[in-house]
Design a protein around this ligand. Structure first.
Ligand code: ZN
Length: 309
């Protein structure tokens, strides 16, 4: 099994001000976890910048230009109350999306079996025309559109287990029957979307909300009973994962009680579907996760599962 790890140093330069939970130390904590002996066979790859045409499949040029104009020469520029640019933000945005695109290339061509993109900023709250919730460009949406446009994927599945609903991703693919979006998330909770009744124009949106305080058992039940059957019926050519780890019991933002073992189990279940339906092709992108210890342990468990170990 060949598993790739995409990173770029620019992810350490984007910062949104003192005390902001979506911070560079998140990537440092992940890297420390992946230094362990068992990750020696993980192939490290430097994330390239996303080609403009890949970004344009999701975001209009006017929005991308507005982002470029918004980046400050010094200090910070707040796009909303919790989504902030610094002078180094754009490079991190292009590399996070670029890592996602390159990971899709490697996995769709068979050069690798699975890939994890350890990049920030995250993406799943970003809409086509708006930043939101620490997100600027919707990385997983860019990855899905790239798989469709460049690799001829007819059906792409996105599974999002971040504690927050991926409202931006849902919005982008609401009317696209070629992309299935499945999400487990805490509800009621930020951003307020993700109800069972939100199913999209082609019934390809599958939401599985979880009440605050839910444990891994409830999470795995939602995944196994509600999401996996739909995923198998859909028969994706590629599975993308919006891998947020803020549903971990240690997370200061989320109110769920998952452990790293639950993330490992979920990953194995997704790989099982991928093995049956799409030659094991999975590309996973980092979203949230704000307790450094919980994040590090969870990413290690997730990546180890992606390596088939
Ligand atoms: Zn989140």
């Amino acid at each position: 099994m060949k598993t790739l790890l995409f990173t770029h140093a620019s992810g350490l330069d984007h910062e949104m001000g003192p005390g902001h939970p979506e911070r560079p130390d998140r990537l440092r904590a992940i890297e420390r976890g992946l230094e362990a002996e068992r990750f020696q066979s993980l192939a490290r790859v430097t994330a390239p910048r996303a080609p403009l045409e890949a970004l344009l499949r999701v975001h209009p040029q006017a929005y991308l230009s507005a982002l470029e104009q918004a980046q400050p020469r010094e200090g910070y520029a707040a796009l909303d109350s919790d989504t902030v640019m610094c002078p180094k933000t754009l490079e991190a945005i292009w590399r996070a999306a670029g890592g996602a695109v390159a990971a899709v290339d490697e996995v769709m061509t068979g050069a690798a079996d699975t890939a994890f993109v350890a990049a920030r900023p995250p993406g799943h709250h970003a809409g086509a025309r708006n930043p939101m919730g620490f997100c600027f460009v919707n990385n997983v949406a860019v990855a899905a559109r790239h798989a469709q446009a460049v690799h001829g994927a007819e059906r792409v599945a996105i599974v999002d287990f971040d504690v927050h609903h991926g409202n931006g991703t849902q919005e982008v693919f609401w009317s696209d029957g070629g992309v299935m979006f499945c999400s487990t998330h805490q509800a009621p909770f930020y951003p307020g979307t993700g109800g069972y009744n939100e199913t999209g124009e082609h019934d390809t949106i599958v939401n599985a909300p979880l009440l605050a305080g839910s444990t891994g058992d409830a999470f795995l039940e939602a995944l196994i009973d509600r999401i996996l059957p739909r995923l198998r019926d859909f028969g994706p050519d590629l599975i993308l994962v919006s891998a947020g780890f803020d549903a971990h019991e240690r997370d200061p933002l989320g109110g769920l009680r998952l452990t790293e073992r639950d993330f490992a189990e979920a990953t194995k279940r997704l790989m099982d579907v991928a093995d049956r339906k799409c030659r094991g092709r999975i590309v996973s992108l980092l979203e949230g996760g704000y307790d450094l210890e919980g994040l590090s342990r969870s990413v290690s468990a997730h990546v180890q599962a992606l390596m088939g170990a």
